[in-house]
Design a protein around this ligand. Structure first.
Ligand code: SF4
Length: 318
């Protein structure tokens, strides 16, 4: 498979190997900004190598999973990190572990390898996976991944010490400790640019779920509190990315990713206090902008004109 911006690190014998798994197809995985953030963030640590895994199929026999980067079997990794966005993908976690001949029950693995899962599905309801996970991350990448990577280095030969070091007040649910502990959701106070990759994996032979483009997170969370909405509840803490950072990520990203298309990531783009300015400046840079979902009451004539000038020809209004 041909891709842009792949990381292939050599590593030393003591380098920690992380299998970064998205339990769905390649096309869905590569469209996830969280998955891309994890990939580049973990690999930014000298002591770690992260290689990617996806499911080859969604039902039936699954072949033994090997990493995209080096073809290394999942079983050879020290840590497996699953990024889980939809509950139906839980079954694919088990399919991948079984196909890799890794005991699916945490009690049978004894932390070798340690299996960690996070993402909206896990944050909202980790309990269906409790027997299978060593760590369920109830929090965001920026506040939880640095702790996981730091603490694992300190106790990599003793998985129990590693699990004991993870605190429920910092967003870590350790199912083996039972359900008595009160786990606090861990939010990033602000959206720091250093966690947002500009160079992103770009498949050259396959089409990502949203098409080719640079993913740019404009804001996170939503303050509107619609009763039916999972994302709006678990990410009710609304944060905006600064205009300057958005423009830098988009412009640099378009060079690294060899595409003029920007795919904005937010729950409601025009809730950003500088939404029109963002669109106007991206248009001035000669970029095409795709806005996945919009709320009807945030649209006016000026917004529609900007969307048109940004090259978008169909709208999803929620
Ligand atoms: S506006 Fe959209 S994202 Fe926000 S809570 Fe309502 S449905 Fe969810």
């Amino acid at each position: 498979m041909r891709e842009l911006n792949v990381i292939r690190k050599r590593g030393k014998p003591e380098t920690v190997k992380v299998a970064l798994a998205y339990p769905s197809t390649y096309e869905v995985a590569v469209s996830s900004l969280a998955y891309q953030m994890l990939y580049y963030y973990i690999n930014s640590w000298r002591e770690y190598i992260a290689e990617r895994f996806n499911t080859e199929n969604l039902r039936g026999h699954h072949p033994s999973p090997i990493s995209i980067e080096t073809g290394t079997p999942m079983k050879k990794f020290d840590m497996i990190v699953f990024s889980v966005h939809y509950e139906p993908d839980y079954v694919n976690i088990l399919r991948l572990l079984l196909a890799a001949e890794i005991p699916p029950y945490a009690a049978d693995r004894k932390g070798k390898p340690v299996v960690i899962a996070g993402g909206p599905a896990v944050i909202s309801n980790p309990e269906p996976m409790a027997k299978f996970l060593d760590v369920a991350v109830i929090g965001e990448i920026e506040t939880t991944m640095p702790i996981i990577l730091e603490n694992f280095l300190e106790s990599r030969d003793n998985p129990q010490d590693f699990l004991d070091s993870l605190n429920p007040t910092q967003g870590f649910y350790i199912p083996a400790r039972g359900t008595e502990e009160k786990v606090k959701m861990s939010y990033a106070p602000k959206l720091e640019k250093r966690f947002h990759p500009t160079a992103q994996i770009q498949p050259l032979d396959r089409e990502p779920a949203w098409g080719r483009g640079t993913l740019v997170e404009v804001s996170r969370g939503c303050f509107r509190g619609c009763a039916f909405c999972l994302e709006g509840h678990i990410f009710s803490y609304y944060r905006e990315r600064p205009l300057k950072d958005i423009l830098e990520i988009a412009v640099e990203g378009s060079l690294f990713n060899q595409t003029k298309r920007i795919i904005t990531v937010s729950l409601s783009f025009f809730d950003h206090s500088k939404a029109k300015e963002i669109l106007g400046q991206l248009i001035d840079e000669g970029l095409e902008v795709s806005i996945p979902s919009l709320r009807a009451e945030t649209l006016d004539e000026e917004a529609l004109q900007l969307i048109y000038e940004a090259g978008q020809r169909s709208l999803t209004i929620a």
